[in-house]
Design a protein around this ligand. Structure first.
Ligand code: GTP
Ligand code: MG
Length: 517
């Protein structure tokens, strides 16, 4: 895209953190507010088998999608994904890895929901946060996984006792008190004596969590001329509920955590989470991945698909509701930028949590709302969005950033409008590119006017200007009781607009960026 005068906002402010080389990368995903989510979907306590199996299906899809994930371990609403030590996935760029993983996982979760809960409607979009932690050697990565499994054991044993006590008539408080200070052995005894339960007979999925990895299985690859099946070992993604603390599993599966050829000593720090600098405006920009393919598969209109854009706007609206600290959003094509006010303390300004939960929630809304916008088009491919977090110390630069995105929208849309008009009029795509090469904005307007009698400025504003989204105060009149004069009440609502984001706009809407309540 053309270099506009605003382009410095990219050059000078965008930088991405790369995770240190020669480390196993663990991406740990955790359900946001799953306490509430499990309640409103009436998950069984303490373990809902279907909910866990849905999580496992998502993890399986992850290993099938991303070959560099060598192992995954999940329990409750969390899942850890281990990338091989020497992965070059997205050049180890943290924000790409985090946002893609969590977004893809969420997308699969929503899409597979009804396979596991055919009779339960999804009442609100589930979403997850994620963090990336690096482990420099075999011992630390093994210890990390052991830590998660010990945690699973402790929590599950506690929860099993707790809910048995509650189901037997104790209050939650009394159950808590009864378990205070007890050891594992005491809990096992309690279960055996009071409820005739042998803890070790509880389902392995609950006790051990779920491990997902590739396993060699003999697979029939073809049948020979004599009708004999020819078998070869093939790697297949497998889910197992086994002990991963002791050495046995790892001795039998040495291919999973193979060390690279070199061990670097320079990697020392684990799990540093970048804190975004204070008093800076935070912009989270979400953009669709491989949307070229996505738009072909779903036959989106070219150059602009109104329905798809409206779905993006609807998802952005839900974002404004979910994150009160977002003061403004601007989107076009398959991207959306969200401006958080400078004082936001969302996730204590931890970059990975902010950008992952945003990309996940946006994705979830997009998938959830798809049917409403395209009732006759089935979602055939899991959409996924990547996100970056940018920091701008001054409001003026945030406005310049937004102008830059709008300039990109304008340049892109004008080019695409000409390009598709030429193609629709019979030119090949190569010819159309050739014709437009080196043309200025004014030339394109003239081309549209002279060859197609089109006035570019009459094209829909949503296509030309993109969409901005913000809150505004509206007055509501409530009838007073007894037929007296009604009273005016103020309420904030979310508005979508398609206008120039120049100084005039900000003068006219002074409250947007200042009203940080
Ligand atoms: P954040 O992660 O901080 O957003 O909060 P959270 O509410 O998700 O809590 P956390 O991740 O610490 O714990 C997960 C919660 O999910 C548990 O406390 C349970 O309330 C709930 N949960 C997870 N799995 C199940 C399940 O199988 N059944 C039920 N009933 N609840 C579950
Ligand atoms: Mg959670």
């Amino acid at each position: 895209m053309a270099n506009s005068e605003y382009e410095y906002v990219k050059r000078e402010f965008e930088f991405d953190r790369r995770l240190p080389p020669s480390n196993w990368i663990v991406v740990r995903i955790d359900g946001c507010h799953f306490h509430r989510f499990s309640k409103i979907h009436a998950f069984e306590k303490p373990n809902d088998e279907n909910a866990l199996r849905l999580m496992n299906a998502c993890a399986t899809a992850m290993l099938e999608k991303f070959p560099d994930i060598v192992f995954a371990y999940g329990v409750s609403d969390e899942y850890s994904f281990v990338f091989r030590e020497e992965t070059e996935f997205y050049h180890r760029r943290e924000s790409k890895i985090l946002s893609l993983c969590v977004s893809y996982f969420t997308s699969v979760y929503v899409m597979k929901w009804k396979d596991f809960f055919p009779n339960k409607e999804l009442k609100e979009p589930p979403y997850f946060d994620a963090r990336a932690v690096c482990y420099p050697n075999l011992k630390t990565i093994r210890d990390y996984l052991a830590w998660r499994q010990v945690d699973c054991h402790i929590n599950n044993q506690y929860n099993t006792c707790f809910w048995m006590l509650v189901k037997s008539g104790k209050s939650e408080q009394a159950a808590q008190l009864a378990l205070k200070g007890t050891f594992a052995k005491d809990k096992n005894e309690l279960l055996a004596q009071q409820f005739q339960i042998n803890y070790d007979d509880e389902p392995a999925m609950f006790r051990k969590g779920s491990s997902v990895y590739r396993e060699k299985v003999e697979t029939t690859v073809k049948i020979d001329d004599y009708g004999t099946p020819i078998k070869r070992p093939r790697l297949k993604v497998t889910v197992a509920h086994v002990d991963i603390i002791g050495p046995e599993f790892w001795e039998n599966h040495q291919h999973i955590l193979r060390e690279g050829k070199f061990m670097h000593e320079f990697v020392k720090k684990f799990g540093i989470d970048r804190i975004l600098p204070p008093c800076n405006w935070i912009v989270v920009r979400i953009s669709g991945c491989q949307f070229d393919q996505f738009s072909i598969i779903h036959s989106l209109d070219k150059p602009n698909d109104e329905t798809a854009l409206r779905l993006m706007n609807a998802s952005a609206s839900l974002m404004m509701e979910q994150y009160p600290d977002i003061v403004f959003g601007y989107g076009f094509s398959n991207e959306y930028s969200f401006v958080f006010h400078e004082k936001t303390e969302l996730y204590q300004r931890q970059e990975s949590l902010i950008l992952s939960s945003c990309s996940s929630y946006f994705t979830s809304c997009y998938v959830t709302k798809w049917k409403e916008f395209s009732p006759h088009k089935e979602l055939m491919q899991t959409p996924r969005f990547e996100a970056v977090a940018l920091c701008y110390p001054k409001l003026k630069i945030v406005c310049e950033y937004l102008s830059w995105r709008q300039a990109e929208c304008h340049a892109g849309n004008q080019y695409n409008t000409c390009f598709w008009m030429l193609v629709k009029s019979g030119k090949s795509e190569t010819e159309a590119h050739e014709i437009l090469k080196g043309t200025l904005s004014k030339d394109k307007n003239e081309l549209l006017f002279q060859q197609f009698q089109m006035n570019y400025n009459n094209e829909p504003a949503m296509f030309r200007k993109g969409s901005c989204i913000y809150r505004r105060k509206v007055e509501e009149f409530a009838e007073a009781e007894g037929g007296d004069n009604g009273t005016a009440r103020e309420r904030w609502d979310v508005k979508v607009d398609h206008v120039d984001l120049g100084p005039g706009f900000w003068r006219k809407h002074p409250w947007i960026m200042t009203n940080c309540n």
